[in-house]
Design a protein around this ligand. Structure first.
Ligand code: NAP
Length: 294
């Protein structure tokens, strides 16, 4: 069984992004992202700190913004408008889920679609359906694609089953896979005969969010399994949707949790900041810049 580690995939993305940040800096632009955490959930704080460290490594300027959980919708919208109007900020990442009293839908539509590096804005989601995302792609779906490509897992004509239909994972991922000529089935909690559907897949992408729900009886021996789930066992340790130790050597390949998709998602999000900087600076119209961008 092949173990599909995220680190080499993420490193390859960071290396390319770092070179592009240097190029933008040569032209006088420093990519800058506002990372907005609402409330003080420790998992979010840890994630944000690791993203800020990674930004420093590749030359992106990161603004670490912490807002109280009690912030009103109006105040959050005002804060977003300040980011939208600030020409030095190229990307805004608002950690989700938002507190219950704040409408995700409302907030998403206020965020400038050019600065929406985490694909909250419905306009950006729509662009994925028509295949016009101009280099920027939604974090987790793009991370799955990067992982499959890095490990040279063929997609054309392959049966891919996604167990998730959310706007963050399943729906946009289905579009990206269709663009690559995969045959895609999207499953969810109401899917009948889920095991039967999963077993016929060449590739299964699971993002259910239930600790170690799936065992080897859910997969065929030839299956490649991409485990997107980030869950906690009762002892607090992190695990995926798949019971890794039980499927080990009973399937063709798997992404472990941790050390799998998560690192690649972070890399894709920061790459999106670099793309936004290029787009907002207008440098994408400069031929000599574009030649070096590649
Ligand atoms: P979500 O909105 O709750 O979606 C969960 C999906 O799983 C839904 O489509 C749900 O079906 C389906 N589901 C739940 N129980 C099921 C079952 N027993 N059988 C079949 N389908 C079932 O969550 P999300 O935001 O998409 O995140 C999902 C997981 O991915 C979480 O563990 C999250 O932490 C992780 N995640 C990881 C990354 C990363 O980069 N690694 C990024 C984002 C999310 P219904 O639609 O019918 O409810």
């Amino acid at each position: 069984m092949k173990v599909l580690l995220g680190k080499p995939v993420a490193d390859a993305i960071y290396n390319k992004a770092k070179a592009r940040v240097s190029l933008l800096r040569e032209y006088g632009y420093v990519p800058r992202v506002a990372m907005v955490q609402i409330g003080a959930a420790s998992d979010d704080t840890y994630y944000k700190q690791s993203l800020v460290r990674q930004c420093e490594k590749i030359g992106i300027q990161a603004d670490d913004v912490s807002l109280p959980k009690s912030i009103t919708e109006e105040d959050l919208i005002h804060q977003i408008q300040l980011f939208n109007e600030n020409p030095e900020i190229h990307g805004v990442m608002i950690f989700r889920p938002l507190p219950d009293h704040i409408s995700n839908e409302k907030i998403s539509s206020f965020l400038d679609h050019c600065k929406d590096v985490d694909y909250m804005n419905p306009d950006n989601l729509g662009k994925i359906i028509i295949g016009k995302s101009k280099g920027r792609l939604p974090g987790t779906p793009a991370a799955v694609m990067e992982m499959l490509d890095f490990y040279e897992i063929p997609l054309e004509g392959q049966e891919v089953v996604i167990v998730n239909r959310s706007l963050v994972v399943g729906k946009p991922l289905a579009m990206l896979l269709l663009d690559r000529n995969a045959t895609v089935t999207v499953c969810h909690s109401k899917t009948k005969n889920l095991t039967e559907v999963m077993k016929r897949a060449d590739i299964v992408v699971s993002a259910v969010g239930r600790a170690e729900l799936f065992t080897s009886s859910s997969f065929d021996t030839h299956s490649v399994v991409i485990d997107v789930g980030i869950n906690r066992r009762t002892d607090g340790s992190m695990c995926g949707d798949v019971k890794y130790a039980e499927v080990e050597n009973r399937i063709a390949a798997i992404t472990p949790v941790p050390r799998g998709i998560g690192a690649v998602t972070s890399a894709v999000l920061l790459r999106n900041v670099v793309y936004s900087c290029r787009q907002l600076s207008g440098l994408s119209m400069v031929a000599s810049f574009e030649e070096r961008w590649g």
